[in-house]
Design a protein around this ligand. Structure first.
Ligand code: GDP
Length: 453
C-alpha cells in the first residue's frame, strides 16, 4: 500500500461522490474488524497515475443528528490520524459554515498535509464560496465537481504538492512493478493482414498449429513486451485461425471491431496499401472516434510496393482528406510479413497513448484560450456577442475540455471546430479524439449585490 488519504468534511458536502470518483468501479471495502468502525469506507483509489488508499468518513452521517458532533469529531480524528494526507471537502454553493471551520481547525491541528476541496463547482456557481474558502487557512481551495467529474486533474496536482515524497515514491514503485501494459487492438477489413501482424508480434506461429490454443472463438488478451515496453493485445482466436484455414469472412465484422475498440486504449487500424481509405475504413474511423480511443494507422504490405520518395506524404494527405474525424493521425508503413516498420509502429502506439493521456495544466490552457479567442472572437449571434469565459480539462483518455460561456447552444459548430483544431495544434495532440463541451456559466455576481470577501 503506498499511502492513505482521508476525506473529511461536514455532511452533504459531497464526500461520497468524491470517494466514488476516486475508487471508480473497484470494490470499496467496508471494514468490519474489531476496532475499526463500520461508519467509514475504505477503497483503493486511482487518481492519474497514483494508486492509494482512501478513507471516506461519510458513513456516520446516517446516525442520529443529535449524536453527530461527538461521533463526527471522533471519526474524523481517527481517520486523520491514519492518513498521510487529508482532503477537506466543503460545499462551494453553501459557502463557509461554522462546521467547515471546525473541520478545518481539526485538520490544521493534526499537522497533516491537507488539500482543501471546494465541491459542487460545476458551472462555477460556487465562485464566491470558493473565494471565502481561503479563510479556512488551508491554502488554495481546489475547485471540483465530483458529480460532473470536473477538477480531478487539479486535485491530482494539489495532492502531489501536498505529499511530494510519498506520491513520488508511489509513482516510482508503480514503475518498478512494471508499468501498466498499453491495451492495443488491431482492426481493419478482412485481408488487411491483421492475423499476420498479430502472429508476427506475438512471435508464436506455433500457436496456430496447436489444437488446444487458438481454437476458441473467444477473444483473449495476450501480453507482449517490445523493447522493454509492455502491451496487452486484443487477440481474437478466431482471427488467427481464420488466416490458417482460409475461411475468410469477406465482410467487416462490426461487432468484433467494436469489441476490440472497446477493449483498447490504442487502436491500430490496419489498411492494405493497395486499397487504403475506402468507405469501410471510414466507418472504422468513425467508430473509434465515437468511442474516444487513440489511433494509429498502419499501412500494411509495404514490401509489395515499389518505393518512391513522397509515398508516405501522399498517404498522409489521403488520410487527412478521407479521415477528417481524426486530424493528423499518426501513420506508419509496415510489412506484417517481413516485420519491417514494426518498431516504428510500436513507438507510434506509445506516443499516441501518451497524447491520449495528456493533461494540460489549467493555467497554460487558459493562456492559450485567451489568445485563441482574441485572435478569433466568437461570432455575434442574433446581434449579441457570445462570451466565452474560461476552459478547463475535465479528463483525459481522450482529452476532454469544458468551456464556460454565455448561451452555450448558440456557439456555432464551426467555432467549436476552430477551438479544437487550435487546441490540437497548440498542445500537440495529433490524431486523438478531443472532446470539447460548452457549458453555461452562472455568474455569481449577476443580479446580486456585490459581496465583500
Ligand atoms: P486479416 O484478414 O486482416 O487477418 O488478414 P491476414 O493476416 O489473413 O492476411 C491476408 C493475406 O495477406 C494473407 O495471404 C497474408 O499472407 C497476406 N499478408 C498479410 N500481411 C502482409 C504483408 O505485410 N505483406 C504481404 N506481401 N502479404 C501480407
Amino acid at each position: 500500500m503506498s499511502f492513505t488519504v482521508a476525506i473529511v468534511g461536514r455532511p452533504n458536502v459531497g464526500k461520497s461522490p468524491l470517494f466514488n470518483r476516486l475508487v471508480g468501479r473497484r470494490v470499496a471495502l467496508v471494514h468490519d474488524q474489531p476496532g475499526v468502525t463500520r461508519d467509514r469506507r475504505e477503497g483503493e483509489a486511482r487518481l492519474g497515475d497514483l494508486d492509494f488508499t482512501v478513507i471516506d468518513t461519510a458513513g456516520f452521517e446516517q446516525a442520529g443528528a443529535e449524536t453527530l458532533p461527538g461521533r463526527m469529531r471522533a471519526q474524523t480524528e481517527t481517520a486523520i490520524e491514519q492518513a498521510d494526507a487529508v482532503f477537506v471537502v466543503m460545499d462551494a454553493r453553501a459557502g463557509v459554515l461554522p462546521d467547515d471551520r471546525a473541520f478545518a481547525s481539526l485538520v490544521r491541528k493534526s499537522g497533516k498535509p491537507a488539500v482543501l476541496v471546494v465541491n459542487k463547482m460545476e458551472g462555477r456557481a460556487g465562485e464566491s464560496g470558493r473565494l471565502e474558502a481561503y479563510s479556512l487557512g488551508l491554502g488554495e481551495p481546489i475547485p471540483l465537481s465530483a458529480e460532473h467529474n470536473e477538477g480531478l486533474p487539479d486535485l491530482y496536482d494539489a495532492l502531489r504538492e501536498a505529499l511530494p515524497e510519498k506520491t513520488a515514491e508511489a509513482i516510482e514503485r508503480a514503475d518498478d512493478d512494471g508499468p501498466h501494459p498499453i491495451r492495443v487492438a488491431i482492426v481493419g477489413r478482412p485481408n488487411a493482414g491483421k492475423s499476420t501482424l498479430i502472429n508476427r508480434l506475438i512471435g508464436e506461429e506455433r500457436l496456430l498449429t496447436s489444437p488446444e490454443a487458438g481454437t476458441t472463438r473467444d477473444s483473449i488478451a495476450v501480453d507482449l513486451e517490445w523493447h522493454g515496453h509492455h502491451f496487452r493485445l486484443h487477440d481474437t482466436a478466431g482471427l488467427r485461425r481464420r488466416s490458417r484455414i482460409d475461411e475468410k469472412i469477406e465482410k467487416l465484422s462490426v461487432g468484433e471491431t467494436l469489441n476490440a475498440v472497446r477493449f483498447a486504449e490504442v487502436v491500430v487500424v490496419l489498411l492494405d496499401v493497395d486499397n487504403a481509405f475506402e468507405e469501410q475504413d471510414q466507418k472504422i474511423a468513425d467508430l473509434i472516434e465515437s468511442e474516444g480511443r487513440a489511433v494509429v494507422i498502419g499501412i500494411n504490405k509495404w514490401d509489395l510496393k515499389d518505393r518512391n520518395p513522397g509515398d508516405i506524404s501522399k498517404l498522409r494527405e489521403k488520410a487527412r482528406e478521407k479521415l477528417m474525424q481524426l486530424p493528423d493521425v499518426p501513420l506508419v508503413a509496415v510489412s506484417a510479413l517481413t516485420g519491417e516498420g514494426l518498431d516504428r509502429l510500436m513507438q507510434a502506439i506509445i506516443d499516441a497513448h501518451a497524447v491520449w493521456n495528456r493533461r494540460i495544466p489549467t493555467s497554460a490552457l487558459n493562456r492559450w484560450f485567451e489568445d485563441a479567442t482574441s485572435a478569433h472572437p466568437p461570432p455575434a449571434v442574433s446581434g449579441r456577442r457570445l462570451r466565452l469565459n474560461y476552459i478547463t480539462q475535465v479528463t483525459s483518455r481522450p482529452p476532454t475540455f469544458v468551456v464556460f460561456c454565455t448561451r452555450a447552444d448558440a456557439v456555432p459548430d464551426a467555432y467549436k471546430r476552430y477551438l479544437v483544431n487550435s487546441l490540437r495544434e497548440a498542445f500537440e495532440l495529433p490524431g486523438t479524439p478531443i472532446r470539447l463541451m460548452l457549458r453555461e456559466k452562472a455568474n455569481p455576481y449577476e443580479g446580486k449585490a456585490r459581496r465583500k470577501h
